[in-house]
Design a protein around this ligand. Structure first.
Ligand code: WT7
Length: 651
């Protein structure tokens, strides 16, 4: 397979100064980790983390999959990200913010320190937030989102960020699952030069039974909002009175740092829990290795803080290593598809990290836009969120990277905390659309789920990690059983359960890993995970829906789109299909948010089911893609339904 693929060697000049300079160095690190796992991790933990008290034990896996890292160690993540840099970097830009309308703000490490301390004091003094309390953050992409996260970390509160695109219902579910007493939000923000609102969504998410006691509102767009007396408070007012000094709480290495809800193949979203030391260690190490950010570099990740990429690679990773991180409020194609390249030129950005879906849009809308700007500062280009397709990769490499920048196709997930499979920009020869190799310290392996053996070259298997690593998920909030079942129930190697990512993957002759996508009922829409069960549950709330099945269908820009097969209770609605589709999409918007709106909706007379009533999604996937049905359909409850559905879809 690799023989047919082009290989691009790292830029020699870049490699000379890279942290990992060649494949020998990569191999030496991976060998070290293989031979002395605890020595490897213990050494880095000592070197990289500013411990308040040293740890006494590197890893305890006696209660696997409940694993503990760096026990006995005490630290504070906000101090790791801010305080320890003040000696050397107090006047260095920590965050460069660019607003939707082009407004700019530079926040130095010293300013960040003051802002976070004030924020932390506000949470403690005015809101009574204590160590271990859950705080929900529902915010736009503004610096205060980062302050809020770091302020929670400073006082030991557990933040749970909910992406600003989620609906009131989705926000409500997450607030209630985490039993959060506090919500931090903004009145709204700006998108395409127009104000949009968040506070009304928060209002709608809180009813009499809600655990929420207080809401902090950052006034960003200054639009009118409702204020509930005794519940809602203006950050802009309260912050004025706050002291800029707040002692960092002494945290245990394994105290929780944050929750982040993500979709699974069944049921409601899971609150993925990450803890202090292991998470911050790997966030920092991967920042250094994978993006190779240097002291004077400017790094930009276009993600939203509502996703794990925003946590690890906009806030925690860059700040932990003392880098300058760019935060962008706007839309990358607004006012035109030259916006990111204009920003790269203006801020002289050196590392640019985005998603394949964004690359495809920028390619389609502005193929030659990069040439209109001086983007020669770029050294490393990153991609994340879904498998990237070779044409998008090629354009990124040639037009954006001028065939001299490394592309790091970083494979990871909410649960892994940081990258697990990725090229190293100064070392790894890269191939288009290939995540390449496990990072040093990560024991990634593609296994056969039946035998637990490593699969042969070219054979599809399950992407697993066979040893616990520091930034691994620590739990599903409030549901131990689901944690064990979701991640450690599918694959056993040598009789021992291993972490399974949910993704399929394949090796090529060079041992390179290509991720082929989810093996479960999870759809990857524009790099965002959507559970089919969740989308189906929302559609079922429409009173005229009897049955529904949702599958993924390839989409030119989004990677995957959502295709829904719907059986209505009464047929009258079908007379006006357009109206019915609209009404169902409204329900989805209300239950989940715009991100879950269906690309295709077909009304069918029934679904293909086995005699025991199981919906055959494989058939539905094939029909959505307009593929031949290769499966035996004679065992279906009603084999004739397949033809009927095909006719409905094709019409
Ligand atoms: C899922 C994780 C990781 C941050 C953003 C999404 C897919 C992620 C890649 C990649 C192929 C990828 C996987 C994974 N994915 N990166 N480089 N190549 N697929 O985080 O919402 O937790 O989704 O995204 O399917 O399981 P997430």
């Amino acid at each position: 397979m690799s023989n047919t693929k082009e290989v691009f060697k790292p830029n020699k000049k870049f490699a000379q100064n890279a942290r990992i300079k060649n494949m020998c160095e990569y191999q030496a690190l991976q060998d070290f980790a293989t031979e002395d796992y605890e020595g490897f991790w213990g050494g880095y933990a000592k070197e990289k983390i500013d411990w308040i008290e040293p740890f006494t034990n590197v890893m305890d896996e006696s209660n696997f999959p409940f694993v503990k890292w760096f026990e006995g160690g005490k630290l504070n993540v906000s101090a790791q990200c801010i305080d320890r840099h003040l000696d050397k970097r107090k006047n260095k830009a920590a965050i460069i913010f660019e607003g939707d309308r082009g407004d700019k703000q530079v926040i130095t490490y010293l300013e960040l320190y003051y802002n976070v301390n004030k924020f932390a004091n506000l949470l403690k003094e005015d809101f009574g937030v204590k160590k271990g309390d859950r705080v929900v953050i529902y915010m736009p992409m503004i610096p205060e989102a980062a302050y809020a996260m770091l302020a929670c970390a400073r006082i030991g509160a557990i933040h749970s960020i909910v992406f600003g695109g989620f609906s009131a219902e989705a926000l409500k579910d997450r607030i209630e699952d985490a039993d959060a007493k506090i919500v931090i939000t903004a009145d709204g923000a700006f998108r395409k030069e127009k104000p949009y609102m968040l506070k009304p969504v928060v209002d709608a998410a809180i009813d009499e039974k809600s655990p929420v006691e207080k809401v902090l509102v950052i006034e960003r767009n200054n639009e009118d909002v409702e204020w509930v007396a005794g519940r809602d408070y203006s950050y802009n007012e309260l912050i004025k009175e706050k002291s800029a000094k707040c002692e960092a709480e002494v945290m245990d290495a394994e105290d929780p740092l944050f929750l982040l809800y993500t979709s699974g193949s069944t049921g409601k979203p899971k609150g993925v829990q990450h803890n202090q030391a292991g998470y911050i260690l790997w966030a920092q190490m991967t920042m250094e290795w994978v993006f190779d950010v240097k002291e004077n570099d400017t790094y930009w990740c276009t993600a939203d803080v509502g996703w794990i990429t925003g946590h690890t690679y906009i806030v925690y990773g860059p700040l932990a290593m003392g880098a300058t991180t760019v935060m962008f409020e706007g839309v990358i194609t607004y006012p035109d598809a030259g916006r990111p390249w204009k920003m790269v030129e203006e801020h002289r950005i050196n590392q640019f990290y985005t998603a394949p879906t964004a690359i495809r849009v920028l390619h389609k809308m502005g193929e030659h836009e990069p040439a209109n700007y001086d983007i020669s500062s770029l050294k490393v280009l990153g991609t994340v969120g879904e498998p990237i397709d070779p044409p998008a990769w090629k354009w990124y490499y040639e037009e954006v990277g001028a065939s001299k920048c490394a592309i790091v196709d970083t494979y990871w997930q909410t649960e892994t905390g940081g990258h697990i499979v990725s090229p190293l920009p100064g070392a790894t020869p890269i191939k288009p659309a290939c995540a390449t190799l496990s990072l040093p310290g990560i024991m990634g392996e593609i296994l056969d789920p039946q035998t637990g053996e490593r699969v042969e070259v070219g054979e599809k298997g399950y992407m697993c990690v066979t040893k616990p690593w520091p930034s691994m998920i620590r739990g599903v909030w409030g549901d131990e059983e689901r944690f064990v079942k979701s991640y450690f129930g599918d694959v056993k190697k040598d009789g021992k359960a291993v972490y399974f990512t949910g993704d399929g993957a394949v090796y090529d002759e060079d041992g390179y890993i290509t991720i082929t996508g989810r093996t479960d009922d999870v759809i990857n829409v524009s790099g965002h995970r959507m559970g089919t069960a969740e989308v189906e549950a929302s559609i079922k709330k429409h009173p005229n829906v009897a049955e529904v099945a949702v599958v993924a269908k390839p989409h030119a820009i989004k990677g995957e789109g959502i295709f829904a097969y719907i059986v209505l209770k009464s047929d009258d609605g079908v007379a006006d299909e357009v109206e019915e589709v609209k009404a169902i999409n409204e329900v989805i918007k209300k239950e989940i948010g715009n991100i879950a709106i269906c690309d295709d909706m077909v009304f069918v007379s029934g679904l293909p089911k086995t005699r025991s009533g199981k919906i055959m999604r494989r058939i539905l996937r094939a029909i959505a893609k307009n593929e031949e049905i290769t499966q035996d359909i004679s065992t279906l409850e009603d084999p004739s339904i397949v033809k009927k559905i095909q006719n409905m879809v094709r019409k």
